[in-house]
Design a protein around this ligand. Structure first.
Ligand SMILES: Cc1ncc(COP(=O)(O)O)c(C=O)c1O
Ligand SMILES: N[C@@H](CCCC[NH3+])C(=O)O
Length: 491
């Protein structure tokens, strides 16, 4: 039976637990954890003997081509039918932590994803700026910074968090169509690169430079009008988009930059086409347009050094085994363009660095049918993970334990408890009928899930854990109703 046992509890150090050898089926009732454990960092140590070798190898086998580049599914079923994350049984984690739903990450997968970008960029002058809007967990930011990553920011608070995580400001890029003057002042003071998005944005950047008495390095964000072939809500580089400047206005911006050369230093151009892009030709089309702009701008005497092609690389949300472009494919489509002009390439991945490193782990509250449809009701919801509701996005769903003997599979909508019919995590999924209390994960939840979570229906934002070298470590406390009530203290 799986059980979390207290091994030792030296005062002032994290709680350390060992998960005893597990054959945890049928699932146990909801665990009750003593209140004193609830707000502490919790470390689960796993016994190496209980990690079936199949768990790791079947993960790699699932996507051999992608595995070579570090883009594999780090959550996979072992030969025993249980779901594992880097050798740790997800069900055991559920039994040991204080509540569900929760986010569970693989720290190693974050490293592998970053290494895939680093390897892809070998031979080029480059900066990888992680788009921290995708996931702003401070521990994850510190880890990525430690690996040598820069950061891409869209608000003053993202900048403040990046500084707190220790990012080198001169490897940070401040994007956005509505940057506030006070935030631009902070960026200017710290030496952050700033992308110019509009006339008023340029005016604010000049003002910020004057306030701090420093010249601000800027890139022009150009809207190249390239269709990224994605959901319209995540397309950002076509001509109806609110982002960037259109090429007809380019000369106006170049003249303005010349006029303000004591406040701003034009160092490059930027574009970002959109997100979930799965064809690298789209990036190449944009890069060709962008280097043409660079040639024109250089011809006017500007010393441009940087081509920033934004982020946007998609991932295999469907777990279909389809071979999707890797960072290497992406970089290779622009390599010659960059080398031939002696440019430094800036790349701004969010999703492709972090999405596949994480699952949202939920418990099944119950199963029901309304005569037309079958529903699996879980404790997670659109409040913790809004992408299916917002974009109709597909995220793969599976149970964390093998089906009960004789249990039948059916087609289910997987729904949460939130009072909205849009509250679904998956539609028409073929799944074994789960028992109450069983774990159910939503895969690829590392990007734009926790960072877009809300407290709707007073569902408090969940805790986060990662598997780090066989241990499960809390990397963010879950919010509580007490935290929420504090916002009204003293009013
Ligand atoms: C300017 C900019 N850079 C980078 C990103 C990251 O995109 P993705 O997460 O698709 O890689 C975004 C988000 O779409 C963005 O707006
Ligand atoms: N939030 C979107 C991505 C937006 C990217 C930011 N421009 C998603 O979940 O897919």
């Amino acid at each position: 039976m799986a059980a979390a046992q207290l091994l030792s509890c030296p005062s002032g150090s994290p709680q350390i637990y060992r998960i005893a050898n597990a054959s945890a089926f049928p699932p146990k009732p909801f665990p009750r954890f003593p209140a004193r454990f609830r707000s502490r960092t919790l470390t689960l140590q796993t016994s190496a003997s209980r990690i079936p070798p199949a768990a790791a190898s079947s993960a790699a086998a699932a996507a051999p081509a992608a595995a070579a580049a570090g883009f594999r599914h780090c959550f996979s079923k072992g030969e025993d039918g249980f779901l594992y994350c880097e050798g740790v049984r997800v069900e055991d984690v559920m039994e040991a932590v204080e509540r569900s739903p929760f986010y569970l990450y693989s720290k190693d997968q974050i490293t592998r994803n970053f290494e895939a970008y680093k390897e892809a960029l070998e031979g080029l002058k480059s900066v990888v700026g992680y788009a921290i809007k995708a996931n702003n967990n401070l521990k994850i930011l510190e880890h990525l910074k430690g690996l040598g990553c820069g950061a891409v920011l869209v608000s003053g608070n993202e900048l403040r968090l990046a500084l707190r995580a220790g990012f080198d400001p001169t490897r940070c890029i401040f994007n956005g169509n509505g940057k506030l003057l006070e935030d631009l002042v902070l960026a200017a003071e710290k030496g952050v690169f700033v992308n110019v998005d509009s006339e008023f944005d340029l005016e604010n950047i000049v003002t910020a430079a004057r306030v701090v008495g420093k010249r601000v390095p800027v890139l022009l964000r150009i809207n190249p009008d390239v269709d990224p072939q994605v959901h319209p809500y995540v397309a950002t580089g076509n001509k109806t988009s609110k982002f960037g400047i259109r090429n007809e206005k380019l000369q106006w911006f170049l003249d303005a930059v010349k006029k303000h050369s004591s406040e701003i230093d034009l160092v490059g151009v930027h574009c970002h086409l959109g997100s979930t892009i799965t064809k690298v030709d789209i990036f190449r089309d944009a890069a060709i347009l962008m280097v043409n702009f660079i040639d024109q701008i250089r011809a006017q005497g500007f010393q441009l050094e940087y081509l920033n092609i934004g982020g946007g690389l998609g991932i295999d949300y469907h777990h279909s085994g389809a071979v999707l472009p890797t960072p290497l494919d992406l970089v290779n489509t622009v390599r010659e363009l960059v080398l031939s002009r002696d440019l430094t390439l800036i790349i701004e991945p969010g999703r492709s660095l972090i999405a596949n490193t994480c699952c949202l782990v939920n418990r099944v509250t119950g199963v029901k049918t309304n005569g037309t449809k079958n529903f699996i009701v879980i404790d997670g919801s659109m409040a913790e993970l809004i992408r299916p509701s917002l974009y109709g996005a597909y995220q793969h769903i599976e149970l964390v334990s093998p089906p009960l003997p004789n249990s039948e599979s059916s087609t289910f909508d997987v729904v949460g408890p939130v009072c909205e019919s849009a509250d679904f995590l998956g539609k028409d999924r073929e799944l074994p009928t789960p028992a109450k209390g069983v774990g159910l994960v939503v895969h690829d939840a590392g990007a734009y899930c926790m960072s877009m979570a809300s407290t709707y229906n007073l569902k408090m934002r969940p805790p986060e854990y990662w598997v780090d070298n066989g241990s499960v470590v809390k990397i963010r406390h879950g919010e509580t109703i007490e935290d929420f009530i504090k916002f009204f203290d003293g009013l």
